[in-house]
Design a protein around this ligand. Structure first.
Ligand SMILES: Cc1cc2nc3c(=O)[nH]c(=O)nc-3n(C[C@H](O)[C@H](O)[C@H](O)COP(=O)(O)OP(=O)(O)OC[C@H]3O[C@@H](n4cnc5c(N)ncnc54)[C@H](O)[C@@H]3O)c2cc1C
Length: 425
């Protein structure tokens, strides 16, 4: 079978590997000049690092399996990753049960409820009923209003910007579940996603998969209700029997052939939030935490990820800090000039870590992604499209299908393998 894959992110690349294993002829068409999509890297003054932070959890079995297959398993590292909380001008530890008991911004009774709730989320398996519930009232009911306002409100805003109060309880449960199972230890690949991408693309080339960077797909070609090929933006076409789309459903809607407007409309109902993410290189650390939640009216962000507190990068590249802003693409922060956004964030970082001085900011990079995260609202199960599109021969892979799980590289790899098996059947 000839299979055309749209997109060379981790989904497209791992799907190609799995499909080639089944003996199919596979080619990947990628819009950008580079591969990787959301895990793509850039050169940060001699350090190759991803535009967006990535960490691993103990249950990322799809990722571990791919690394094993590529001979990279020995490069996976796990380390204790501290979490902190900056609230109203004070920095608190937020990693251990003792930290929680000492977390004064919420009353003691709610600290205890929070701890019990985290334990319950770790053990819980059933989640379908939670799809119908909105996270905010569910969390207030379980934890208390103050605990919600102080802890969860900024966490949800960190991930979903202005949509934070429409998110389903199922998504929140799984987020807690995944992190709790890691028991305070997070992982990373030594060499980063750059190493993963290089090894994976090299393997694909060896087994005969062709990757076409800088050749976006303009339209899917259909003949009598079946997939017939891909029309590319350069005016050429590539005939095939199957198409695997790894682009977000609203983007796929724009690639469908004429006559599929109803299906396109259903795909467009899934909304996404964008992200603008600063990567800063500092001479000294902000704190000793990997993940620092921020709930402070003066800070424009709700959290920072101090990557070098997980992966020290051999101490050669200073302190790398990611500052993400999950916002709609028409939000002023998404459109703000890079220098202005960095300046605004830098002022807030200096407030959090008063020892920081202007001379400590050694470098900065700003990345944007318009489709960073599907907005997992209540009854999201009803919005999710099927893996097999009504257009015969079209298969969909996207983070939407991971729900209630958060989007992870590992989840995408497992879905790609499952898609290959589905096609083989
Ligand atoms: C800020 C941030 C933090 C994250 N943190 C983590 C983390 O800690 N751990 C973790 O596991 N995951 C994390 N993720 C998630 C992870 O990066 C993504 O889930 C994953 O990389 C998505 O891979 P994908 O291949 O499905 O999609 P993408 O990476 O989006 O790839 C799709 C590709 O399709 C291409 N494309 C679009 N239109 C066309 C077209 N017309 N023709 C051809 N190609 C096209 C795009 O250019 C893109 O390269 C994070 C993501 C973000 C944004």
């Amino acid at each position: 079978m000839r299979i055309g894959i749209i997109g060379a992110g981790i989904s497209g690349l791992s799907a190609a590997l799995a499909m080639r294993r089944h003996g199919h002829e596979v080619e990947i068409f990628q819009r950008e000049a580079g591969v990787g999509g959301l895990i793509e890297t850039f050169d940060f003054d001699g350090l190759r690092i991803e535009h967006f932070y990535h960490f691993l959890c103990a249950t990322d079995f799809g990722y571990f399996g791919l690394c094993r297959e590529l001979g990279l398993e020995q490069r996976i590292r796990f380390a204790r990753a501290r979490t902190g909380f900056y609230h109203d001008g004070r920095l608190y530890g937020f990693s251990t049960p003792l930290d929680l008991l000492r977390f004064r911004p919420i009353p003691m009774s709610q600290r205890i409820r929070f701890g019990l709730f985290a334990l319950e989320a770790r053990m819980r398996k059933e989640w379908v009923q939670l799809d119908e519930l909105t996270a905010k009232p569910w969390l207030i009911d379980r934890l208390g209003k103050r605990a919600y306002d102080v802890i969860w409100d900024p966490l949800l805003a960190l991930k979903f910007g202005g949509y934070y109060d429409a998110i389903s309880a199922a998504w929140v449960w799984h987020r807690l579940h995944r992190v709790a199972q890691s028991k305070g230890r997070m992982g990373y690949l030594e060499g980063g996603t750059g190493l993963l991408l290089d090894t994976l693309t090299e393997r694909l080339q060896q087994i005969g998969v062709r990757i076409h960077p800088g050749r976006p797909v303009a339209r899917i070609i259909e003949e009598q209700g079946r997939i017939a090929g891909l029309a590319l933006a350069d005016g050429t076409s590539w005939p095939c029997d199957r198409v695997v789309s790894t682009v977000p459903p609203p983007v796929l809607a724009g690639l469908l052939p004429e006559g599929w407007e109803g299906y396109a409309e259903a795909l467009r109902r899934i909304q996404y939030i964008g992200v603008v993410c600063l990567v800063l290189k500092l001479k000294r650390p902000v704190s000793h935490n990997f993940w620092l939640n921020v709930n402070d009216a003066r800070a424009p962000f709700n959290g920072i990820i101090e990557y070098t507190n997980l992966n020290p990068l051999e101490g050669k590249h200073g302190h790398i800090v990611y500052v993400p802003f999950y916002v709609a693409t028409d939000h002023p922060y998404y459109r703000m000039d890079d220098d202005a956004l960095v300046a605004k964030s830098w002022e807030a970082l200096k407030r959090i870590a008063p020892a920081l001085q202007d001379s400590d900011l050694l470098g900065r990079h700003v990345a944007r992604a318009p489709y960073a995260q599907a907005i997992c609202t209540t009854n999201f199960l009803k919005l999710m499209p099927a893996h097999r599109a009504p257009l015969t021969g079209l298969h969909l892979l996207d983070s939407t299908f991971l729900y209630p799980e958060d989007r992870t590289q590992s989840g995408h790899i497992l879905k790609a393998v499952a898609c290959a098996e589905d096609i083989a059947e």
